[in-house]
Design a protein around this ligand. Structure first.
Ligand code: SF4
Length: 437
């Protein structure tokens, strides 16, 4: 059977698709990117915003139009929250609840799921996985669900209570992914900072990172979004190990304490400022990225001004701005003082412009320096060589011209300056360039 996998939304959805891909391959199925060739199409949907719902529905419709004969199995947060609406869409043959998605193959084929041990996957050609999306980074899911009650969040409703995978299972999967040739693993979860809390272990994330660093040879390890509270004190000391990427995504959501309180976020200006200071003392070159919601119910002009000033003060390396959209079933959707769309739009534009300036300032700091780059894809060729694209450890997008395709290799590269599209141009370190010549 040829299977097409499509993930909409967050990295967690992508990591789940990577696991499903391995599961299908281990059962002798093949993966395809072409709807025309697919015998089965799977969509892992998202419902975090109305826009995400729209894009989930669009993906399903597009796949059905491209191949009306292939059944579509839909899972993920949107399928969990609105199963009937999904079931009625053309081409949808299966709606698989979030809690059952690990058994998706079994549900669709009626065959029991073979116990897939990491060693079972060894014979799978590395290209089968790496070729699936040309990826060099694998997303490794370590936990699901969340026990917090942020008032805007539909994800916790869709994903349920926090559930962590065992440390041994995660380490075994990381070893397997490393053997498959991935150069970078990205740890993902709905609430990664709470890893292990459901098992009664407050410092479990610390122990997990230590184990991954000592028991695997993975060249690079990156963390996806980390809620900025409850992190063990010694955690950031682990970044002395350069295999941990100097890139932290800490969702702030608002820089105003009054708004944060209505959001039921467990942070404040003071706590967030202290956390950032601690991180920057240990690693001044870290890229600190964040998410911000504008137009949360009751966000006055004054609250927004406080939030904007704080965001400016922190000077993020990347700022992801979202306009608040009410999600049915969340407390915030029932709050009074919903903010008009035009106001949300104007606030979003202000923050996007601010974020672009701070991202540029961050990138500029590294011009002239050499950073480790994982080369991921080639975007073209010139008489001088191939245009290789990749990311530094601190998540700067870089491009370099080299006489060969560098994909899935890690090299040092000196950052030279900006290209017109904002990408940083780089040249290989001289020793590596000499080897390629
Ligand atoms: S911490 Fe808050 S925003 Fe994050 S998943 Fe949990 S409830 Fe949602």
């Amino acid at each position: 059977m040829k299977v097409l996998l499509k993930a909409v939304g967050c990295r967690l959805n992508q990591s789940e698709m990577d696991s499903l891909a391995r599961q299908f391959l281990a059962h002798g199925d093949a993966l395809t990117d072409s709807p025309a060739e697919a015998d089965l199409m799977i969509v892992n949907t998202c419902a975090v915003t109305q826009e995400a719902v729209r894009s989930s529905r669009q993906s399903i419709n597009r796949l059905h139009r491209a191949n009306p004969n292939a059944p579509i199995a839909v899972t993920g947060c949107y399928a969990h929250l609105a199963p009937e609406a999904v079931r009625q869409m053309a081409g949808v043959a299966y709606v698989v609840d979030n809690h059952a998605k690990e058994s998706l193959r079994s549900i669709v084929t009626g065959e029991p799921l073979a116990a897939v041990q990491p060693f079972d996957l060894e014979p799978i050609a590395r290209q089968a996985l790496l070729g699936a999306g040309g990826r060099t980074r694998a997303f490794l899911k370590v936990q699901d669900g969340c026990d917090q009650h942020c008032t805007f969040c539909i994800t916790r409703v869709a994903r349920g209570k926090g559930r962590s995978r065992s440390l041994a299972e995660i380490v075994a999967e990381a070893q397997m992914l490393t053997r498959l040739g991935y150069q970078e693993l990205v740890l993902t979860g709905v609430h990664l900072s709470s890893y292990g809390h459901d098992l009664g272990q407050r410092d479990a994330l610390l122990h997990l990172l230590r184990a991954l660093l000592s028991e695997t040879d993975v060249p690079r390890l990156r963390l996806s979004s980390l809620e900025p509270w409850g992190l063990p004190r010694e955690l950031f000391n682990l970044w002395e190990d350069r295999r941990l990427c100097r890139h932290l995504h800490l969702p702030l959501q608002s820089g105003c304490d009054a708004t944060l309180k209505r959001m039921a976020r467990r942070t404040s200006q003071a706590a967030f400022r202290a956390l950032i200071a601690e991180i920057r003392t240990i690693m001044p070159d870290a890229a600190i990225a964040t998410d911000v919601i504008v137009g949360f119910p009751g966000e006055t002009d004054e609250e927004f001004a406080i939030s904007r000033a704080f965001i400016e003060e922190i000077d993020f390396a990347a700022l992801h701005v979202f306009r608040y959209s009410p999600r049915e079933g969340t407390p915030a959707a029932r709050m009074s003082n919903q903010v008009p769309e035009a106001v949300k739009r104007a606030r979003a534009e202000t923050l996007i412009a601010l974020g672009e300036r701070s991202a540029r300032r961050f990138a500029e700091r590294f011009i002239g320096q050499t950073r480790p780059v994982l080369w991921e894809a080639v975007s073209g060729a010139t008489p001088q060589g191939f245009l290789n694209n990749g990311y530094t450890d601190n998540f700067l997008r870089v491009r370099c011209t080299a006489p060969r395709v560098l994909s899935n290799t890690l090299t040092g590269a000196r950052l030279l300056g900006f290209a017109d599209d904002g990408t940083l141009l780089a040249e290989l370190e001289s020793s590596e360039a000499a080897q390629l010549a």
